[in-house]
Design a binder for this molecule. Structure first.
Ligand SMILES: *Cc1c(COP(=O)(O)O)cnc(C)c1O
Length: 374
């Protein structure tokens, strides 16, 4: 699904250099690379504050912890997402309220948010799934109307841009109150282990989240609130600085691969290629097809026999997970989510896909469709 080894070969001298520097100076925690990366990511995203942390899940948790919510407060989130988005809500004693996604963009459906708002609703966590922005213009206007906070789960969409209603483009993760991202190795900007970051334009939230990520500490050994320990390693920050310089070219490589796939499948009945929303510049963390009348699981096995990896993101939506049974969420009706869960399949997507590989992948899919229609 990803090829991190070929990608590394192209930047290996600078990576070796930074790893060597960090090791020989033995500055492993809170070193100069972390500070520099923080500043560079702020500039790249066009945001006032970046707070590096240990992983994307922590980023979401720290963001929620900064909002002073009370047990039982409700947080609206899509069910069709990676589990981390929803898990942290329950972990903090809050109630995840699962809503529907849009069939075309796979992202949270604003109409479904509006229907789910109650007196207890305090926040919305939209997920920019597969690398495409949620409908942030509508989400922000719903949030404003009901006085809700918005935390963007930007783990799959770093570098993606979104057109605001005034016509200007901004980076995803910088539109809501807080944006959260992950540097897990296979993400669009990945390090060599775990890593994450939070961003915000709000000074007060920024200093609070910085404290939370550092044991609630205001100055050394003065702990004003219960926090956690969540840091980005100096080594990972050094690696991320090098990869951040490549990010835009990485995103273009992903878009090129996506266009190749689009073209190969454009005239095929039963295969729906990813829909681009007008406001969003997709960064293709995943390239995900929706199949209608084509047996998805059979295709998955057929591809595996031809050495083509494919994945189902996500086979079980959050509201059907056992961990949420106590919220009675299995009874929530999310027909679009359930429908997508049965029909989506993601093809290999990374920065190193060569024409030959793409041809083999698309030919294998087309061969299966042909065979099944006979
Ligand atoms: C990867 C991911 C996360 C979690 O990031 P980690 O760094 O693995 O903790 C959260 N949300 C989404 C949508 C993700 O894809």
């Amino acid at each position: 699904m990803v090829d991190l080894i070929t990608q590394l070969e192209k930047i290996k001298p600078s990576i070796d250099k930074v790893i060597n520097e960090v090791i020989t100076t033995a500055q492993f925690i809170n070193g100069p690379e972390v500070k520099a990366f923080q500043t560079e990511l702020q500039e790249y995203l066009g945001v006032k504050h970046v707070i590096p942390c240990a992983n994307g899940t922590d980023a979401l948790q720290i963001a929620l912890m900064s909002l002073d919510l009370k047990p039982g407060d409700e947080v609206i989130t899509p069910s069709f997402t990676y589990i981390a988005t929803t898990e942290v809500i329950a972990l903090l004693g809050l109630k995840p309220v699962f809503v529907e996604v849009d069939r075309d963009t796979f992202c949270i459906d604003p109409a479904s948010i509006e229907n789910a708002v109650t007196e207890k609703t305090k926040a919305i966590v939209p997920v920019h799934l597969y690398g495409q922005a949620s409908n942030m213009n509508e989400i922000m206007s719903i949030a404003k109307k009901h006085d809700l906070k918005v935390i963007e789960d930007n783990a799959q969409a770093i570098g993606s841009e979104y057109k605001l209603s005034n016509g200007s483009f901004v980076k995803t993760g910088t539109i809501g109150d807080i944006g959260c991202t992950s540097f897990f190795p296979s993400k669009n900007l990945g390090c060599f282990g775990d890593g994450g970051a939070i961003c915000t334009n709000n000074d007060e939230l920024a200093s609070k989240m910085r404290m939370i990520a550092n044991h609630g500490q205001s100055k050394r050994y003065h702990h004003d609130m219960v926090g956690c320990n969540s840091r980005l390693d100096n080594l990972q920050a050094g690696i991320l600085r090098i990869k951040l310089r490549e990010l835009d070219s990485y995103l273009n490589r992903r878009r090129e691969a996506a266009s190749y796939y689009d073209k190969a499948f454009e005239k095929i009945d039963g295969i729906k290629t990813p829909v681009r929303s007008n406001e969003s510049r997709h960064v293709f963390h995943q390239y995900t097809l929706t199949l209608e009348g084509i047996d998805r699981d059979k295709l998955h096995h057929f591809l595996a026999e031809r050495d083509v990896p494919s994945m189902i993101y996500y086979p079980i939506p959050a509201h059907k997970q056992k961990m949420f049974a106590s919220f009675g969420s299995e009874d929530v009706e999310l027909p679009v989510t359930d429908w997508l869960t049965q029909r989506v399949i993601s093809l290999p997507m990374h920065t190193e896909l060569e024409k030959e590989q793409l041809t083999h992948i698309t030919n294998s899919v087309l061969e299966f469709v042909q065979k099944e229609s006979e």
